[in-house]
Design a protein around this ligand. Structure first.
Ligand code: PMP
Length: 444
């Protein structure tokens, strides 16, 4: 069945040289220039853990389309959910209307996230869910009569999305705050926690957190961070116990704690959500793997206390309401994706991927261009001494039959949970090959 669908799509989907020229001239891709864009590879189908290029080559997927496709591609259960919903209704406005997929999804999210998180806002992308989380925190403080609390505290090295609010709490250097100076609101940063999920707590670092709160808590609404793993800001893993300290400081100083689990959610780190093994947040954002990578959808959850505090104020409405809020098609696929996740032993899958990444990437540690190899859950990271030349290394990976998209000094893997041992071995072997002497893909 699956291979039939795959073949059918390949024979019907084509892309011409003119299409590619049009793309190159007219179409912006993420973080690219239209003047001299990096090459893009035409993908015409995807199934299981493989992407199929227009010329028929198949690439083993090491990226899950940026954390999303945890079940792989062209997944029968998700296809079926989308088709059934399509025949009922693909979209209806959420203002003054509700529908079964939104209710089912909210019920599921309340069930599977930590018990304190009871209220759900369905947003249309990860960045928007972070915007909503930030507005929720500001409205919460307003409701408490704390009108001057409109700043956020956060770690350096974070990434929370590309719209204005999230960008303002992204790492100031990676997030290009200088470029957007005067446009972006300014917030207060502290160094990110020291590297290593098991590294003992550093007392002087804890003091720097204390100082941040002492100085800026009075004007701040919340502390926002990616718990345990900073993703796009550097694939940085840190000890979750730092979040116990942050939680205490938030409580002492009247700030909310926001976790952005858009990347880490739905099992990627080995826990269903980091929130279930770290100090509980007041607000949680989810996205990416929420729909198994099928459609754009995100969610902002909060506690009863946050929702009720806002609701009891003179501005009781949460002031956000996007056009595609609660899109039924996306909600249906999200419910199917969560059900599929739970129908499988995803913990065993993630643990197995972690063990294999450990084993297969270990030889990289001895290579001259490699400064660090680290694995957490189903995330494997190789850090190189110099930034890699993205276009050159990407071409090498594609020639070797794998899809891996490094950035800066990071070559990382976060494959679909359904990847086979053989596919994972192949992905890792190609990464090791890329990092081996005499090949050198350094941009420097
Ligand atoms: N937060 C985190 C932790 C992310 O990794 C991302 C996406 N890379 C976002 C927010 C933004 O999500 P989106 O791209 O869906 O707007």
């Amino acid at each position: 069945m699956l291979s039939y669908q795959f073949c059918h799509q390949v024979t019907t989907a084509t892309i011409t040289a003119q299409d590619l020229a049009f793309d190159r001239h007219h179409l912006w891709h993420p973080y690219t220039s239209l003047r001299n864009p990096l090459p893009t590879y035409p993908v015409v189908a995807a199934a299981g853990c493989e992407l199929e290029l227009a010329d028929g080559r198949k690439l083993i997927d090491g990226m899950s389309s940026w954390w999303c496709a945890i079940h792989g591609y062209n997944v029968p259960e998700l296809n079926a959910a989308a088709k059934v919903q399509l025949d009922h209704m693909s979209h209806v406005m959420f203002g003054g209307i509700t529908h079964p997929p939104a209710v089912a999804l909210a019920r599921r999210l309340v069930e599977i996230t930590p018990g304190a998180l009871q209220r759900v806002f369905l947003a249309d992308s990860g960045s928007v869910s972070v915007e909503v989380a930030m507005k929720m925190a500001i409205q919460y403080q307003y409701a408490r009569g704390e009108r001057g609390r409109n700043k956020f505290l956060t770690f350096r090295g974070g990434y929370h999305g590309d719209t204005t609010g999230p960008m303002s709490v992204c790492d100031p250097v990676n997030g290009m705050h200088v470029l957007f100076a005067g446009f972006l609101p300014t917030h207060h940063f502290v160094d990110r926690p020291p590297a290593g999920q098991h590294t003992p707590l550093d007392k002087s670092y804890l003091r720097s957190l204390d100082e941040l709160f002492t100085k800026h808590a009075h004007e701040s609404a919340a502390f926002i961070c990616e718990p345990g793993v900073q993703g796009a800001g550097g694939m940085h893993f840190y000890n979750l116990s730092y979040l116990d300290h942050v939680r205490r400081l938030c409580d002492e100083h009247g700030l909310l704690l926001i976790y952005d689990e858009i990347a880490t959610g739905f099992g990627r780190t080995g826990a269903l959500f980091v929130s279930e093994i770290a100090a509980t947040p007041d607000i949680l954002t989810l996205g990416k793997a929420l729909t198994g990578g099928y459609l754009t959808l995100a969610a902002t959850l909060c506690t009863d206390h946050v929702a009720e505090t806002i609701g009891n104020s003179d501005v009781p409405n949460l002031m956000h309401g996007p056009t595609f809020m609660g899109n039924p098609l996306a909600c249906s696929v999200a419910v199917a994706s969560i059900n599929l996740l739970f129908s499988r032993d995803w913990r065993a899958q993630v643990e197995n991927i972690g063990q294999l990444l450990d084993r297969y990437l270990a030889p990289a540690a001895a290579l001259a261009m490699v400064t660090d190899v680290r694995v957490l859950g189903a995330i494997g990271v190789i850090e190189t001494e110099q930034p890699v030349d993205q276009a050159v290394i990407q071409a090498f990976f594609v020639d070797e039959g794998v899809w891996i998209r490094p950035f800066g000094k990071l070559i990382y893997l976060m494959p679909p949970f359904v990847i086979t041992d053989g596919q994972l071995r192949q992905l890792c072997a190609v990464v090791i090959e890329a990092c081996s002497v005499p090949k050198n893909f350094s941009a420097a």
